[in-house]
Design a protein around this ligand. Structure first.
Ligand code: ADP
Ligand code: MG
Length: 698
């Protein structure tokens, strides 16, 4: 149509509209004008020319330049969804569910269309698309899962990988897979987006080197200040700095970077309290922004201060954010950045098979990126809450996630895709052979691959479940232990957000509430109790949000678990897993569930070493661990199956449940718990020796 030829907007329902009626609200034109001033839009002629003549293109532009929201629309307007006479979709893969939702909602708003019509999104447990959806926003994980079902990704004409500079595990794996898919599908286009210039490695990875297009930057200068000394309590320092800016600096919004979600919530609380005393200097509007917040709440971080102003009084917005605001969700109008210089990162030790989240200093790229966010509207200021000398501690480069992650899921996916020799897979940056071997070993123990390294029936089933292979195995085994419904609820709770709220001013009350649900055999069963109580409220026609508020339970976590559970249940049924339960009155009700936990998590068992110190040892690795104070285990059972470890001053077991050692021999693969395989340091060795001797006698 005429509109399309001019690069206008794509309106699939155009023909149905009555002639002559206004089709858009004034807001549409207001946003359109804003969009057309974005650097990515202004570069569109050159962008389309390069897309035309290359199969892979890398495009770099600073955060907020319109890459995520504008480029997919520009491709659609240029007709990229029609390929070889067929209508296909354009995929835009994001590294987080929050970025995925935010982008698809924003485009729906810009185009005034309903979500799920021709713009939609897919995340781990949610699919808001239809057969007509042409712009599909996916988490990179969801795109990987699609590739397991459709290895050539034939549904798509163009695949966009966003934020490739973040080098998440999934992005790296997708680049490897797409590199091969492109050989088989020469018509498929790949567009890689980055907010950082640090993309040479990615360019060089592709045949002949992928060309680079940089959209012009429009940053102003940013003055940088450092603290004199290292601030131990960076949270307080951040709050203090906000107050100082608000009372002494001219108008302009503030963005604060803190590493942990809890800290962000706490800082917001403190700032809201503080703001009351600073009303003379104008209102302070406080917003949080991190992955895990409900999408509507995060969108409030984008509200413009001009519109927040009431009666012309001065008003300042302060957004307290995690790393996600660094590039994925760039907030406009920021003049002041306060940076704690820290980030939460995954770290994996293949020797102990331990994956933990650590708070670490940011990379140089991140530090500079955060600083530059202060200069997008006019010259700004950046306050670093660490001394200048600490800049020497910056890592030069982003350390790709694949080199510091547990690779069990990655390897299982590669096996499913038919890459037998995973060690020689063409990775952008290869992970350590040790980490790969560990993953192969774990998959073999789980029965997902056989001794020859071939994927098994269990492995194929596990691939269908969007879960870590250990949880997947637990669900696959659940019918055998007669607890499908219960295992499913526990799995959904484990995948959800943190369930327990810990408000600072109601710590005791929160603990008491938690105790009401505590199951003394362990945290998994406590989670199950909470889920059942929540469902009961709904069944009885009560408002579950009241129940949650009264019991300091996160309603978000509960809703999330509900959605996840429904989704997983459908998959379980579709892969032929029966929904069997034991009667609640039966004395085997809980033991069945606990046995089922072991069938998935037998690689995460700890044995009590010292009752007095409450010290446990991890079975095969021998590492010492303690019970986390938050656990609902009323005593110190001898054997525990656990879901995760947390590292603070010591290593702690979080989410643990009491088990019986006999089950280890029944449920784990033959030989896994051979006493000689248990660490000599662990008293579990002699205990298991006695146990298996008794068995042989019996
Ligand atoms: P990039 O991907 O290059 O970082 P985006 O396409 O995400 O940039 O954003 C471009 C512009 O669109 C931003 O500067 C901002 O003004 C606006 N924008 C994006 N997402 C939202 C949102 N959820 N709410 C309000 N404005 C948004
Ligand atoms: Mg973006």
């Amino acid at each position: 149509s005429q509109a399309q030829a001019q690069g206008g907007e794509y309106r699939p329902e155009e023909e149905d509209e009555p002639q002559g009626e206004p089709r858009y609200t004034p807001r549409f034109y207001y946003l359109l004008e804003k969009r057309q001033r974005l650097p990515a839009w202004m570069a569109r002629q050159e962008f389309l020319k390069l897309m035309q003549s290359n199969q892979v293109l890398v495009l770099v532009g600073e955060p907020g330049s319109g890459k995520t929201t504008q480029l997919p629309q520009i491709l659609l307007d240029a007709g990229y969804h029609v390929q070889m006479g067929q209508v296909r979709a354009i995929c835009c893969a994001q590294p987080s569910p929050l970025a995925t939702l935010s982008a698809s909602l924003r485009i729906c708003e810009e185009l005034e269309v309903q979500l799920g019509t021709f713009v939609g999104h897919v995340t781990r447990f949610e699919d808001r698309t239809s057969g007509d959806t042409l712009l599909r926003f996916l988490t990179d994980e969801a795109l990987l899962r699609e590739s397991l079902e459709d290895p050539l990704l034939e549904r798509y004409s163009v695949i966009i990988l966003d934020e490739v500079h973040q080098r998440t595990c999934e992005t790296d794996l997708l680049m490897g897979i797409l590199k091969m898919v492109m050989q088989r599908r020469p018509e498929l286009k790949l567009l890689l987006l980055s907010s950082s210039m640090d993309v040479k490695k990615v360019q060089d990875y592709f045949e002949g080197g992928a060309p680079l297009l940089q959209v012009p930057n429009r940053t102003y200068s940013v003055e940088v200040f450092h603290c004199q000394d290292s601030e131990k309590d960076y949270l307080k320092a951040a709050v203090r700095t906000v107050a100082q800016i608000h009372t002494t600096e001219p108008e302009g919004d503030i963005l604060v970077f803190l590493p942990l979600e809890e800290e962000i919530d706490l800082a917001c609380q403190l700032l809201r309290k503080e703001s009351v005393h600073m009303m003379n200097f104008g209102e302070l509007q406080v917003r949080a922004l991190y992955i895990g917040l409900p999408i509507l709440e995060t969108q409030r971080a984008f509200e413009q201060t001009a519109q927040l102003k009431m009666g012309g009084k001065p008003c300042r917005k302060v957004v307290v954010a995690s790393n996600v605001a660094e590039t994925s969700l760039a907030v406009d109008g920021i003049i002041y950045v306060i940076d704690a210089g820290l980030v939460k990162q995954r770290a994996y030790n293949p020797r102990t098979r331990m994956e933990v989240n650590l708070v670490m200093p940011v990379s140089k790229t991140s530090a500079l990126q955060r600083t530059s966010l202060a200069g997008r509207a006019r010259p700004g200021k950046c306050f670093r809450l660490y001394p200048e000398q600490a800049n020497g501690d910056w890592h030069e480069k982003v350390h790709p996630e694949i080199m510091r992650s547990n690779l069990t899921t990655v390897v299982l996916m590669l096996k499913r895709l038919g890459f037998d020799d995973v060690v020689h897979f063409d990775f952008v940056d290869p992970p350590s052979p040790e980490a790969l071997m560990r993953a192969l070993e774990s998959l073999n123990h789980l029965g997902c691959i056989d001794d020859n390294g071939n994927i098994t029936e269990v492995g194929n089933q596990a691939c269908r479940l969007p879960l870590d292979p250990q949880i997947a195995k637990m669900l696959i085994e659940a019918p055998r232990h007669r607890c499908s419904n219960e295992a499913l609820s526990i799995a959904a709770m484990l995948c959800s957000l943190p369930v327990w709220l810990r408000p600072n001013d109601a710590f005791r009350a929160a603990n008491e509430a938690k105790a009401r649900f505590a199951h003394m055999d362990g945290d998994h069963l406590t989670l199950l109790n909470v889920f059942h109580a929540y469902k009961q409220q709904i069944q009885d026609g009560h408002d579950p949000s009241r129940f949650c508020a009264e019991n300091f339970i996160s309603i978000r976590a509960m809703r999330h678990a509900e959605v996840a559970r429904d989704h997983l249940k459908r998959i379980m049924e579709s892969i032929g897993l029966q929904m069997i339960s034991t009667d609640f009155q039966d004395k085997e009700y809980y033991p069945n569930i606990r046995r089922c936990l072991v069938s998935g998590f037998f690689m995460q068992i700890a044995c009590l070493e010292s009752e007095k110190r409450g010290a446990y040892s991890m079975l095969r690795e021998g590492q010492e661990v303690l019970l986390h104070p938050s656990t609902s285990l009323g005593h110190k059972p001898e054997w525990i199956v656990f879901h995760e470890l947390a590292l603070s001053s010591k290593l702690f077991i979080k989410t643990g449940t009491q088990i019986k050692p006999e089950w280890l021999l029944d449920v784990a693969p033959r030989g896994y718990f051979d006493p000689q395989k248990i660490s000599e340091k662990s008293s579990a060795r002699s205990k298991l020796e006695r146990l298996s001797a008794r068995r042989q006698d019996g």
